[in-house]
Write a protein that binds this ligand. Structure first.
Ligand SMILES: CSC[C@@H](O)[C@@H](O)C(=O)COP(=O)(O)O
Length: 346
């Protein structure tokens, strides 16, 4: 197996959850051991674990730990006792629908198989985890097939092994296409303010020895104008029924720039990220995080005294700016309500 397959940001071992602390990368590879839903929710909120599929997987294991505890302490009314933990997990971050999708899948399985609930939850959590890894590999093949040999591609945020069960969504496509000799150079946005590009994507790509250059988000238009890239390839935190895509702040700017410059725009996301109950991007809850993330770098204030900051963590790219959506069930050109509903029924 190639080295990138060995990174696991989320692991279940000896009945507890192990998370690679992504706040410390790339300087330290430090793993946290978690034993409760509260600690899991806190780890999701604080970005120990991040990326839509990875937080869904972590939440599933969080719910499993909560159920085991409730079942032991309150054998008669353990389901009711579980409710606060479900709510804490669901509220950890608002935008990635994978979190809610994973919790719903766990609860549905409980309703359908109440004979051995803990065993059922364990099996479903592990299945969610494994299915995500398989979906990544499938999407990598499908996405890579679309790429003709090119000088460069641009990606945003981190969508690799760290953001998923393993391998990655957009980064999985980039890995596969690079492996097939179709990409010479990856450009990665540094992704302010949390530096997912500089700290995480660059770390993953350097481990795989894939030629990568970081750019400031502000350099993207110039990069496109110079003809250095033919694709922008990104992930998603939620795809609404009409094809609108919520993803890391800055994704929308890239989509607008790409259309203007004749660069193609690919979104790579498993079907666990598609939310047919959310009609359009306008209804997607977009997380806003603390102004401190912008005002400070490494806990040191860099902004002038007294100035404030607005820190939206996600934006919405209209579906009409998406050239191709790649899912594990297949690809969708210019996603819209009809195409996504057909895809989800397939
Ligand atoms: C496969 S990850 C897709 C998205 O979750 C990713 O692009 C992203 O925006 C992550 O944001 P983050 O705030 O780091 O959780």
């Amino acid at each position: 197996m190639p080295p990138h397959d060995t990174i696991r940001a989320v692991e279940w071992k000896d009945n507890h959850l192990i998370l690679l602390d992504q706040r410390k990368l790339p300087h330290a590879e430090h793993y946290l051991q978690l034993y409760s839903a509260e600690d899991t929710a806190e780890a999701i909120r604080n970005m120990v674990v991040r990326g839509a599929p990875a937080i869904g997987i972590a939440a599933a294991y969080g719910l499993l730990m909560a159920a085991r505890k409730a079942f032991k302490q309150y054998p008669h009314d353990w389901r009711a006792r579980l409710q606060p933990d479900i709510e804490v997990l669901a509220a950890a971050r608002p935008t990635a629908v994978n979190l809610h999708w994973a919790l719903q899948r766990m609860l549905k399985a409980l309703d359908e198989h109440d004979a051995d609930p803990i065993h059922t939850l364990m099996a479903v959590a592990q299945q969610i985890h494994q299915a995500d890894i398989e979906a990544n590999h499938r999407m990598a093949l499908l996405g890579s097939e679309l790429i003709k040999p090119t000088h460069g591609v641009l990606t945003h945020c981190n969508t690799g092994s760290l953001a998923t069960g393993g391998y990655g969504t957009a980064l999985g496509v980039i890995r596969a296409a690079y492996g097939e000799g179709k990409i010479e150079q990856v450009y990665a946005d540094e992704t302010r303010p949390w530096w997912q590009g500089s700290r995480l994507t660059a770390w993953e790509l350097m481990r795989d020895k894939i030629p990568t250059q970081l750019i400031c988000e502000g350099a993207a238009a110039h990069l496109m104008k110079l003809g250095k890239i033919s694709w922008v390839i990104v992930g998603a935190d939620r795809v609404a029924a009409n094809g609108d895509v919520a993803n890391k702040i800055g994704t929308y700017s890239l989509a607008v720039l790409a259309r203007f410059h004749g660069v193609r725009f690919m979104v790579v996301a498993p079907t666990s990220t598609i939310d047919l109950e959310t009609v359009s991007g306008e209804q997607i809850p977009l997380e806003e995080r603390s102004a401190d993330e912008i005002l400070n770098v490494n806990q040191q204030r860099i902004a002038a005294p007294q100035v404030g900051a607005w820190n939206p963590a996600f934006d919405v790219t209209p579906g009409k700016l998406v050239d191709i959506l790649v899912t594990e069930k297949g690809i969708v050109l210019r996603p819209d309500t009809e195409k996504l509903s057909t895809l989800m029924q397939s």
